[in-house]
Ligand binder design. Structure first.
Ligand SMILES: Cc1cc2nc3c(=O)[nH]c(=O)nc-3n(C[C@H](O)[C@H](O)[C@H](O)COP(=O)(O)O)c2cc1C
Length: 193
């Protein structure tokens, strides 16, 4: 079994983001299986809002290159995101669009193609961000990502974690573990192929 590199991307930059909590918890599960886990922090590497004219004039911004490289080097991706008005957040959509940019002139390719992706969401509301994940799924599939069927949505997010950042509810934690196991299994199989 090879050691895998898993990249986490969060669809929220809020300081106390519950989705970042969920992503870190997912990362701890990946690490517990003996694999590497890293998060791409948009606070450290903010991305400009995509603008075709600007791209044509100035090319691909440095932080976009960083994100594209991180996705390229990863064996699998975990996306954790809230839903905004029942859909994907602008932060995540912008990042997905930038990574999907292909251009022979700018020498960039779409790093999502063939990349295994696992989805999770978190929300203080009862819908748990579930509706947004279906939009994220559609977009990622359109980009050529291999989105696994299993996904996890955590409702009542402000009460969902203990002080150590672990999910309190064992059943939900079990769903997350199952999602991660499948993601790792698919990534291992692709790495071998
Ligand atoms: C513009 C906007 C729209 C939102 N729409 C939804 C929604 O459709 N469903 C939902 O459960 N929560 C919605 N929320 C609330 C977010 O789930 C909540 O702010 C959550 O804490 C965001 O996740 P985060 O803590 O990771 O930033 C919305 C928040 C904003 C700012």
């Amino acid at each position: 079994m090879s050691k895998l590199k898993v990249l986490g991307i969060c669809g929220s930059r809020r300081d106390e983001s519950v989705n970042m909590k969920l992503l870190r918890y997912a990362g701890s599960m990946v690490a517990a299986e003996g694999h590497d886990f890293e998060i791409f922090y948009f606070d450290d590497f903010p991305l400009p809002l995509f603008d075709s004219d600007e791209e044509a004039k100035t090319g691909i911004p440095e932080n976009v290159h960083r994100l594209k490289q991180a996705v390229r080097e990863a064996d699998a991706i975990i996306l954790a995101s809230p839903e905004y008005n029942g859909s994907i957040t602008p932060l995540l959509k912008n990042a997905i669009d930038w990574v999907s940019r292909t251009s022979a002139r700018l020498q960039v390719t779409d790093e999502w193609k063939g990349k295994p992706v696992g989805l999770c969401s978190c929300s203080p509301g009862a819908m748990a961000g579930l509706r947004g994940l279906y939009h994220v799924r559609d977009i990622m599939v359109e980009c050529g990502g291999l989105v696994i069927s299993e996904q996890v949505s955590v409702g009542k997010a402000f009460e969902a974690f203990n002080e150590d950042g672990n999910l309190v509810d064992e059943r939900t934690s079990g769903f997350l573990k199952a999602m991660i196991s499948k993601l790792l299994e698919v990534s291992q199989a692709l790495k071998k192929a």
